[in-house]
Design a protein around this ligand. Structure first.
Ligand SMILES: [Zn+2]
Length: 254
């Protein structure tokens, strides 16, 4: 009997989170035949927008689709919860959407932010909390859940290569990324697909033109190849595609 392709559902807050946090893992999984579905709970309309937030949201939704195609994902779903407001919205409304996405796509693995929200971003932390709550409530029927965080120092290295330019425009402290991250249980290296991760990040041109990422060469994409994951203590417990393509942290640093 043929085995169905594994399904990976990535749930994030803004278009660009998926590529920045786990573009390497997603590209590797897709290259191995996994079906990758990406969700952004907002359209990212609260970014610098010249006074037309709706236009920025539409542009960023398009950038999200382009990044998903670059990574080999089959879908990019941009929902319209209010950007910058996730901690103050009705959690039941967010939970309903996450539950519906899981019911529709039946993922084997869900990936979302770890508790540090990459750099204490309140929207990111809320997504971590809501996804954890929904997966917990699914009990025996839950998919596996992995949290992603940024390796401490990685964004500092990217900024240094670009002469100190901001990695994310407006966020001047590159050391904030990953500074509060819990230790990973799994390290995934993008390998040759790091260049594809960089290309996916650059699809988000409204965010990264003029940022440190604009200055990296394809070879320097190796700077962002390493990704940190932590297996949640809720969700299904079996081995997943991520366990197959990743290595335990001790082995990864040896
Ligand atoms: Zn974000």
């Amino acid at each position: 009997m043929a085995t169905a392709a594994p399904v990976i559902l990535g749930v994030f807050a803004h278009p660009d989170d998926e590529s920045l946090a786990c573009g390497g893992c997603l590209a590797r999984a897709a290259a191995l035949g996994a079906r990758v579905v990406l969700v952004s709970l907002t359209r990212g309309e609260a970014g610098p927008n010249d006074g037309d937030a709706a236009a920025l949201g539409a542009r960023r939704a398009g950038e999200f689709s382009a990044a998903a195609r670059t990574l080999g994902a089959e879908a990019a779903v941009a929902l319209d919860h209010a950007d910058g407001m996730l901690p103050w919205l009705d959690p039941a409304a967010i939970d309903r959407d996450i539950r519906a996405l899981i019911a529709t796509h039946r993922p084997d693995v869900v990936i979302t932010f770890d508790a540090d929200g990459l750099y204490w971003h309140p929207d990111h932390i809320t997504v971590h909390e809501r996804v954890t709550a929904v997966v917990t409530a699914l009990g025996q029927a839950a998919p596996a859940l992995f949290y992603v965080s940024l390796p401490p120092g990685q964004m500092r290295a990217v900024a240094a290569r670009a002469g100190g330019a901001d990695v994310v425009p407006g966020l001047h402290d590159a050391d904030a990324f990953g500074a509060a991250a819990l230790p990973p249980t799994l390290v995934i290296d993008a390998g040759p697909l790091a260049a594809r991760k960089l290309a996916a990040i650059r699809c988000h041109a409204s965010q990264f033109v003029g940022s440190a990422f604009a200055a990296l060469t394809a070879e320097e994409a190796a700077l962002i190849a390493r990704e940190h994951y932590r297996r949640a203590d809720v969700g299904a417990a079996g081995l997943t595609l991520l366990d197959r393509i990743g290595t335990p942290p001790a082995a990864a640093s040896a």
